[in-house]
Design a protein around this ligand. Structure first.
Ligand code: NAP
Length: 502
């Protein structure tokens, strides 16, 4: 590295999977002035927050690892939440990230002024930095259902992302609203011990069965110290997921036909009772909502103590859930597996870019970004896992590694003086969005179903092309897509007479 590069100060917001990654990558690039703010008392992000029974990652564990730090110790093909949390903590510790994190300190205000970002934290501390990386996650803000009477319920009630472990479920009458990826994992686990479980399903899900397996001591021993072998294993899974699941949702007919066949077959083979099977059969295309991966959900739904309620919810009463047919389902515990607000991103932070442009104003028409990371009007600001990042049923770690490399290259252009500030132009973002729109038509997400993938206009905030295309798109920054000079806003006193007249 040459010594005449500028050494920027960088604030990383969040110490979850992407925050840890960014901190590691920034340090590798020789950037030492890094501040990491984390609102909680531990690293881990989503894996710290989601502790519900049955929590696991439905992307194979060896594929859901940092490419530079495989983990020979995974106990199962699909790692459990606590193992992933332990892995995140271990990597953060090994790479010296943990010691750099300012825990229990969130970012309240983040304003761009005079070429710098001015930050105010929840502890009242102030910081002035060159760059901000928002590593604040996508599925982070729980969505509570808008059901009349929810607040009147007298039993125990909590969202899956805020699981109350003080509430025992054994032998109780439990209700769960939702049948997404989270609910299916919860149902498979708690149905073993609750007295009675009522599953309130608004829309059935397509469920794909990829069998889990445990890794033996011999399996682990083979991998220990062999990063190359772990890399190979990871790539094998990734290859399969790319060419089957990602391809299936982004227009590859053969892949879609296969996934369609295997999910329908799974339902047919797993659920014997035709009435129950009919209730569990979606009426939309396979993959339109995120595919659920589970080899235990259908089995759980057939337990004697589990009842699938498909009549709509009218309201919540003091005692339980009232369905539109007037039935009151009395419950001791009500679990809300109702998902997240994926478009909230770095909220509730008070964030404003150049000329006081607030993020709400910038996104008033649409939540959008250039190449998923840069927001015009927000110089030297990067959003990890931003809009149009998600790739159907693929590893978010892999996606964010590609973004991290891209961000590092952009920062390097700034360090070398090729970019005065790193700010994508509005035209570049418009071009990028047109490119995204052109690809959406052939995806299954526009197949007429409702899902968290869709924004307020019904447009999927997903990546509509292949994985390879994602890598290519974020390989090298195109400098023409960035402002070449930071626009300078002069105070009235500084304006030339001609400028004043204009
Ligand atoms: P979700 O997929 O958004 O599912 C929310 C569920 O709640 C849906 O069944 C929805 O029904 C239902 N719902 C919401 N509001 C309702 C209401 N007012 N009345 C009745 N039902 C209502 O949320 P999620 O299951 O938490 O999963 C979100 C995402 O997290 C997943 O798609 C996945 O990307 C990620 N995740 C990943 C894993 C993993 O293993 N990697 C595990 C869990 C979650 P409708 O379908 O009718 O809207």
């Amino acid at each position: 590295m040459t010594n005449n590069r500028r050494n920027p100060s960088v604030a990383v917001i969040g110490a979850g999977m992407t925050g840890i990654l960014m901190a590691i990558r920034l340090r590798e690039a020789g950037i030492s002035d890094i501040t990491i703010l984390e609102k909680a008392d531990r690293v881990g992000g989503t894996w710290r927050e989601n502790t519900y029974p049955g929590v696991a990652c439905d992307v194979p564990a060896h594929m859901y690892t940092y490419s530079f730090r495989g983990n020979p110790e995974w106990s199962h093909r699909f790692a459990h939440g606590d193992e992933i949390q332990a892995y995140m903590e271990q990597v953060a510790g090994e790479y010296g990230v943990t010691g750099q994190v300012r825990f229990n300190e969130s970012l309240d205000r983040c304003h761009y002024r005079d070429g710098k970002w001015h930050l105010v934290t929840s502890k009242g501390n102030t910081l002035v930095v060159d760059f901000v990386v928002a590593a604040t996650g996508i599925l982070h803000h729980p969505a509570y259902p808008d059901i009349p009477g929810l607040e009147t319920y007298r039993g125990e009630m909590f969202h899956t992302a805020r699981w109350n472990h003080d509430v025992g479920l054994a032998g109780k009458r439990v209700g769960i609203i939702g049948t997404g990826s989270t609910a299916t994992q919860v149902i498979a686990e708690i149905s073993k011990s609750v007295g009675h479980l009522t599953v309130f399903q608004r829309t059935p899900q397509w469920v794909c069965s990829v069998p889990d397996r445990t890794y033996s001591e011999a399996d682990k021993a083979r991998l220990r110290g062999n990063q190359k072998l772990m890399g190979k294993l990871s790539e094998r899974y990734a290859f399969f997921f790319r060419h089957v699941f990602t391809a299936a949702v982004t227009g590859n007919r053969l892949a879609h036909a296969y996934v369609n066949w295997t999910t329908r077959r799974n339902l047919r083979k797993s659920v014997r009772d035709p009435a129950l099977r009919a209730k569990l059969t979606p009426d939309y295309k396979v993959g339109c909502k995120r595919l659920v991966f589970s080899s235990t959900f259908y089995q759980a739904m057939q337990r004697e103590n589990v009842y699938l309620e498909t009549t709509g919810i009218q309201r919540v009463s003091e005692r339980g859930v009232v369905t539109t047919d007037g039935t009151e389902h009395e419950l001791d515990v009500l679990i809300l597996a109702t998902g997240f607000k994926p478009f909230n991103f770095m909220r509730p932070m008070d964030l404003s870019g150049r000329d006081g442009l607030s993020i709400d104003a910038a996104w008033a028409d649409k939540v959008q970004a250039y190449r998923s990371v840069c927001i015009p009007g927000f110089p030297n600001f990067f959003l990890m896992l931003g809009p149009n990042t998600p790739i159907g049923n693929y590893s978010v770690i892999a996606m964010s590694e590609v973004q991290a490399n891209y961000v590092l290259k952009l920062i390097d252009h700034w360090r070398q003086g090729r970019l005065a500030t790193v700010e994508a132009t509005g035209e570049a973002r418009a071009r990028f969005n047109a490119y995204l729109r052109a690809g959406m038509g052939k995806t299954v997400w526009v197949g007429g179903c409702q899902s968290w993938y869709l924004d307020q206009d019904g447009d999927p905030a997903m990546w509509p092309y292949s994985w390879e295309q994602w890598v290519k798109e974020l390989e090298e920054p195109e400098l023409d897509d960035f402002l070449q000079e930071a626009p300078v806003r002069k105070s009235p006193a500084e304006l030339e007479p001609a400028e004043k007249a204009a």
